[in-house]
Design a protein around this ligand. Structure first.
Ligand code: CDP
Ligand code: MG
Length: 936
């Protein structure tokens, strides 16, 4: 018997069917990856013609002459590194001597006190104060103040709406003021969301009969209304506090830090908790108060050495909970569509992956619901059971059902606001338009008697104050919200909650290094919070748009965000805080992330030169940490500023950071594809497509035809406006960092190269690198409608363009290389967005560029030991030289930001790059393509 066969491992006993197949497949994969010695597959030839080479070399020479004293740069860098090499604790100690805590000021003490005493005589203030006294937190004020005096760390746990966020900071401040110590009090209270920092500070100012900016203020990124330096309360986002720690790690100007909503377990909140554990021993006078809704609070107190905990009992009215089966029974709604049984009976047989997936979902749904239907069959009408069989009865697939329920409540229930929880922007915006133009007859009767508030951070109504005011008699308030209204925004007059049970969550697959944003079922903890929102002022009703059977499948609570996220941005942030050993620090968190995730993050940051080989922050890394976007997008922005192509690249960056402006109505997928293809102008780029869209949109604004333009092209005007907004933000941030001269994206000086398409591709590549993909083959299907791509990445042997990418249906390309931003895994792995790039761009802006000879003595230049290009030694030498100069320039610009001026000596390097990139238009890389070394 053949040895190999005898020794071959056998599948574990008990394995069946498909699993056996998978077992052997994985086995052979593992073997292959061990035994594969990399054979070099040569890509196209990138040799530069002699005349061009001479021109480029000349440019480089002129640049070289311009290089200023390298020593200055070296000294500068050494200083910079020294600054960053200190560890957080050393850094704290180093700032200790230089800084002073809040000083006592008798004059201010008296002024603050007399101000408050004067206010207390105002009947308006008294009335507002009486309202406050009804909050459970105010009833515990003595206990809370005593506990703060006795402890450095205090945990306050209380159900949502009991007055923690609005009252605790005021209690502390007023206590200081009344004791003639107002000048020594500055309370900072963090909020995980921008919206809550703003609305809460407004509320507190209202309660104190003041305008914002006196004793109460807020600070969120790029926006603030700051209160006075002492005798005051500042509400800020967690991100803002993290940033404050970068310059003032001891928080000397603050005497009380309140970290709110810690039960949400957001990444930034978790980081703050760990950082303050380090800070506390160095600031004995600093008090840290942690505030949480009633969710696994024990963990927090354990993390802070069993710190003192105060529980605040909320006054909650009873809330009746109706599940899907009850709702269908009560409302009599029957128009559900997706009944897997009916589908199977009536529809012709379908083939393909799509169908399989649908099938699997249907099957899982049936397996869940049928046993439950048998249990409840005596309690509900058969029509109800039939409806429950439809997959679109649960969740928020069927918006007409939600519309019906809302108007049913309007029709039959006593007054009270309705709060609807939906997963995200799309559903909120769709339901909003349905409610404004109801389709159902019952809706038309009530459409004038409702006031709808979409509550989403991207929507302008978010900051409308009247959402908190009771609505006029006869008008019912309807709030459409994401999870934001679950704990951080409290709207008092809600009596009815509709919980569709869905939400968007981030997930991170460490092995595949894949970040996804998926819609999932909520957790039991979410449902409990949502239900509670109905019982604020009177007994309420909660409508769960899922069955009791579905609820059984839900998990208890969400995994902390840090365990579900890519860590690049977090690591950069920590580096800015002088945390040398990020790995160690992350392992001191309440829930440390996976070690592989940390390694992945550090590796990426090294590859894009945000960290050096030792893991120290580079000057470029420092700028990337300051930009409020993913580091790769940040790098793209910095490059755009240096290479003066701001307008198109800021559009691309905004599109990637926010979302595509296209929407796809059901059944219109083909039309949308066609529109995208037309607008993409054959550039084979989803990123440049957005730039084209923006240009066309602006043109339509000129003649006032923008609504028409957007309607025809399936574009969302609100999204386009948001993108313009983000572009403005990027431009002003780059201006603030001195990378540009003008704070506008459209300034002429920032756009000298904005029409140079090869350069735009290269800058996109410079940003998105190392997210590369390689297209080895493409062919049309027999019916000539679709294209089949043989696409791979260094991590995936087989990957596809997502159907929504403009490349997904193209069968001809001028280059076989792509860069992308996002991968997603569903039925298979997809590249969501891609731009075709040419080899030169990868060689100039990639990393790990090397030269060498193949086995058959062919000279090559390679990128990241992944892609190899045939090349003559002269070209290779010049390319390496160019890269060295570019690196030098980048380093210099990062240390000392300023735009590269046209027609200066530094501009010669840009000229050299131009010359090389414009070859792409001349060369046909596909012709001489795929000359595998072995074939020669
Ligand atoms: O933080 P917690 O959830 O315990 O409660 P809170 O946010 O302090 O809210 C206490 C009360 O303040 C709520 O019941 C609302 O009536 C009111 N509030 C408001 O009217 N407007 C806001 N922007 C925030 C709170
Ligand atoms: Mg709160």
């Amino acid at each position: 018997m053949d040895r190999n066969v005898r020794d071959r491992p056998r599948h574990p006993p008990g394995m069946r069917g498909r699993d056996i197949g998978m077992f052997y497949r994985n086995l052979s994969k593992r073997k292959q990856s061990k035994t594969d010695t990399p054979t070099i597959k040569l890509g196209p030839c990138v040799s530069v013609p002699q005349t061009v080479l001479a021109k480029v070399e000349e440019s480089l020479r002129r640049f070289e002459q311009s290089c200023e004293d390298e020593k200055v740069l070296k000294d500068f860098e050494a200083q910079f590194r020294h600054l960053l090499c200190a560890d957080f604790e050393d850094f704290i100690i180093s700032t200790k001597s230089a800084s002073v805590e809040l000083q006592d000021n008798e004059f201010q003490n008296q002024r603050y006190k007399s101000e408050v005493l004067a206010k207390e005589r105002d009947p308006e203030f008294q009335q507002r104060y009486e309202q406050r006294l009804k909050l459970p937190t105010m009833k515990q004020s003595e206990r809370i103040l005593a506990a703060i005096k006795e402890n450095q760390v205090l945990l306050i746990v209380g159900s949502t709406g009991c007055g923690k966020t609005t009252q605790v900071p005021q209690l502390i401040l007023d206590d200081y003021i009344f004791n003639n110590r107002g000048s020594q009090c500055h309370v900072v209270c963090t909020q995980p969301r921008r919206i809550s920092a703003v609305t809460v500070s407004e509320r507190v100012a209202y309660e104190r009969l003041e305008k914002l900016g006196v004793s109460v203020g807020y600070q969120i990124r790029l926006e603030s209304e700051l209160p006075r330096d002492n005798g005051s309360i500042l509400y800020c986002t967690t991100g803002v506090l993290l940033q404050k720690l970068q310059t003032d790690p001891l928080m000397n100007t603050v005497n009380v830090v309140i970290i709110d909503e810690i039960h949400e377990r957001g990444v930034e909140t978790d980081l703050l908790l760990a950082l303050f554990k380090i800070v506390l021993p160095h600031r004995p006078n600093l008090k840290v108060i942690l505030m949480s809704a009633t969710v696994s609070e024990q963990e927090f107190s354990t993390y802070f050495n069993n710190c003192c905990t105060i529980y605040i009992e909320g006054t909650m009215f009873p809330v009746k909970v109706n599940y899907l089966e009850d709702i269908i029974q009560e409302t009599g709604f029957t128009r559900f569509r997706n009944n897997p049984h009916e589908c199977a009976k009536n529809k012709p047989r379908q083939h393909g992956k799509q169908f399989n997936r649908q099938n699997a979902n249907d099957f899982a749904y049936t397996a869940m619901i049928e046993p439950y239907l048998r249990q409840i069959k005596d309690k509900y009408d058969s029509q109800v059971l039939q409806s429950l069989r439809c997959t679109d009865s649960e969740g928020c697939e069927n918006l007409q059902f939600i519309e019906h329920l809302i108007f049913y409540i309007c029709d039959t229930k006593p007054p009270g606001a309705i709060l609807v929880f939906l997963p995200g922007y799309d559903k909120i915006s769709k339901l909003n338009s349905i409610l404004l133009n109801p389709t159902l007859p019952i809706g038309q009767r009530y459409s004038r008697k409702i006031q709808v508030y979409p509550l989403h951070s991207m929507m302008p109504t978010m900051f409308q104050k009247n959402i908190f005011q009771p609505s006029p008699p006869g008008i019912r308030k309807i709030i459409l919200s994401t999870t934001v209204a679950e704990t951080s925004v409290t709207i008092d007059d809600v009596v009815y909650v509709i919980n569709c049970g869905r939400m968007k969550t981030n997930n991170y697959n460490v092995e595949a290094n894949l970040q996804t944003l998926e819609e999932t079922w909520v957790t039991k903890a979410n449902s409990q919070q949502r239900r509670g929102r109905a019982g604020r002022v009177q007994p309420g009703i909660c409508y769960n748009l899922f069955s009791r059977a579905r609820e059984k499948t839900m998990i208890d609570h969400l995994v902390p965000e840090i365990k579900r996220s890519k860590l690049e941005s977090t690591i950069l942030n920590l580096k800015m805080l002088h945390i040398k050993d990020v790995d160690h620090f992350l392992n001191t968190l309440m829930s440390p992330p996976d070690n592989q995730a940390i390694t992945n993050g550090i590796n990426l940051l090294k590859r894009i030169n945000a960290l050096d080989a030792e893991g120290t922050l580079t000057p470029l890394g420092m700028h990337l940490a300051r930009l409020p976007v993913d580091p790769q997008i940040g790098k793209m922005l910095v490059m755009a500023a240096l290479f003066r192509c701001m307008d198109p690249i800021t559009t691309v960056a905004a599109g990637l950071s926010f979302k595509s402006p296209f929407y796809t109505p059901l059944g219109k997928e083909k039309d949308v594809d066609r529109v995208k293809r037309d607008l993409s102008a054959n550039k084979r780029s989803d990123h440049l497509l957005i730039d084209n869209v923006m240009l066309n949109y602006r043109e339509s604004l000129q003649d006032g035809s923008e609504r028409d333009f957007c309607y025809k092209n399936y574009l969302n005007i609100a999204t386009l406006q948001q993108l313009e907004d983000m572009k403005r933000q990027f431009a002003s941030l780059l201006r603030a960092a001195s990378f540009t001269e003008s704070g506008s994206c459209n300034a002429k000086t920032s756009n000298e190269n904005s029409n140079n398409i090869p350069l735009l591709r290269a800058i996109i590549a410079a940003g998105l690198y190392p997210n590369m993909a390689f297209l080895s083959k493409v062919r049309r299907t027999k019916n000539h409608v679709n294209a089949i791509h043989h696409l791979s990445t260094p991590e995936e042997r087989r990957i596809s363009f997502h159907p929504s990418s403009v490349n997904s249906n193209e069968a001809s390309f001028d280059s076989h290389y792509f860069v992308y931003f996002q991968k997603q895994k569903s039925s298979s792995v997809f590249i969501m967005d891609a731009t075709m790039v040419f080899p030169m761009a990868l060689i100039i802006f990639g990393d790990g560029v090397e030269t060498g000879y193949t086995e058959h003595k062919v000279f090559y230049i390679s990128v990241a030991r992944t892609y190899y290009f045939k090349c003559d030694p002269g070209t290779a030498k010049m390319m390496l030289e160019l890269r060295k100069r570019l690196e030098w320039l980048m380093q210099k610009r990062a240390l000392n930001p300023s735009p590269i001026q046209p027609n200066t000596s530094e501009d010669f390097i840009i000229k050299a790059i131009h010359i090389l990139l414009s070859l792409d238009d001349v060369y046909d890389y596909t012709d001489q393509y795929l000359s595998s070394d072995e074939e020669q």
